[in-house]
Design a protein around this ligand. Structure first.
Ligand code: ATP
Ligand code: MG
Length: 352
């Protein structure tokens, strides 16, 4: 439990590209709120494309073992992907999610209000199931009377739907509006999406829940109309829970509502581990220039701390980031500013 920790062991996996420039900024923000968390201890770990080209493995066994056995949580940067398929290489982030059973991807999308204390126009969280749906990657290619025929399996299980549902209800309950929207397409896919919808809906009546979620209001949206409404009236959403594929699309679409990719954090979460990760990729076009926006990574650190119940530390980081964005004096070029990564970091640290 949180209170029992003597120190907070944090694995750092900057990996490739601008990951190496922004993860150190997240580390600095955590050190700056050190008085509100157990003494942070950082463990540097390797993974990614560069690691693969050097050693032949994208995710060394040692990295996984240290994360599992020694770390309380982790921060992941970003991986470069080769432009064509390379034999033996597969994304270490996908493997890590599997090996650490990080079954949820949680992505808050929040705009910053013009003035402190005002309600932001967009303030929602996408909770995406991260282990099944079409991404089980069971595809076949056969030849039939129509020529080539490609098929993919879409797996939805009760267990995975229930645990993502529980996580979504728990998150909704912790937020001021306490509103949960279930995203599905069960008018067409009545068996698969039907199971997802029914299972998530049944979470409040599971044995042992005992009215815990009675203050959470529940809505549903078909995925197509959810995207439409997301763009027309994002303020209707609070927590959105979705199967893997819809969640993937919705979370990127939602990201477009608040501007730069360089602002959006996420965590990969399971029952026993949490790993923060900025939503953006390795951004090869700006790599090494010192102008990568560190705010997505700094916010990912806050989100990670929040999931570990270090609310005060998380609030201090988030408030500092909001102030820096609101003031607009120190911003990187993706936000039309002229500052460097380290100048933005310094601004955040001074607010903390
Ligand atoms: P990858 O294959 O690793 O995802 P990508 O080329 O898709 O690489 P992304 O990292 O996804 O690149 O970024 C897309 C665009 O957004 C790029 O132009 C990139 O420079 C910009 N971008 C992404 N993250 C940041 C950031 N933190 N700061 C500034 N610009 C960013
Ligand atoms: Mg990308």
């Amino acid at each position: 439990s949180t209170s029992a920790r003597q120190s907070l062991k944090i694995g750092l996996i900057p990996a490739d590209g601008i990951g190496k420039e922004v993860i150190p900024a997240a580390k600095a923000a955590i050190i700056a709120v050190g008085s509100d968390i157990p003494k942070p201890e950082f463990i540097d770990l390797v993974a990614g494309w560069e690691c693969f080209t050097r050693t032949g493995v994208a995710l060394p066994e040692e990295t996984v073992e240290i994360l599992k056995n020694e770390c309380d949580c982790a921060l992941f940067g970003s991986v470069s992907s080769p432009s064509r398929k390379v034999v033996g290489y597969s994304s270490p982030i996908v493997a890590l999610r599997k090996k650490l059973d990080l079954y949820a991807n949680i992505r808050p999308v929040t705009s910053v209000a013009a003035q402190s204390g005002q309600k932001p126009a967009v303030d929602l969280v996408v909770v995406r199931e991260n282990t099944e749906c079409l991404y089980v990657k069971e595809e076949t290619l056969t030849v039939g009377e129509n020529g080539k025929e490609a098929r993919a399996t879409r797996l939805i299980t009760e267990r995975a739907s229930r645990r993502i549902g529980q996580m979504a209800f728990e998150l909704a309950k912790s937020r001021p509006r306490k509103h949960l929207t279930i995203i599905h397409k069960s008018n067409v896919l009545s068996v698969t999406d039907g199971l997802f919808r029914e299972t998530v809906r049944a979470v409040p009546s599971l044995p042992g829940v005992d009215g815990k979620y009675s203050d959470v209001t529940i809505a549903e949206q078909l995925v197509d109309s959810a995207v439409y409404r997301l763009f027309r009236e994002p303020e209707i959403f609070d927590v959105m829970v979705a199967p893997n594929l819809y969640g993937d699309i919705i979370s990127d679409a939602a990201a477009a509502l608040v501007g730069s990719l360089g602002l959006i954090p996420s965590v990969n979460a399971g029952d026993n581990f949490v790993m923060g990760e900025p939503v953006h990729g390795s951004a090869p076009d700006i790599e090494g220039k010192g102008i990568a926006n560190p705010l997505a990574s700094i916010r990912s650190a806050a989100l990670m701390l929040r999931r570990l119940d270090y609310t005060k530390a998380a609030d201090r980081i988030d408030n500092a980031v909001d102030q820096v964005i609101r003031e607009g004096r120190y911003l990187t070029p993706d936000l039309k500013g002229k500052s460097t990564t380290s100048e933005v970091l310094e601004a955040v640290l001074s607010k903390i």
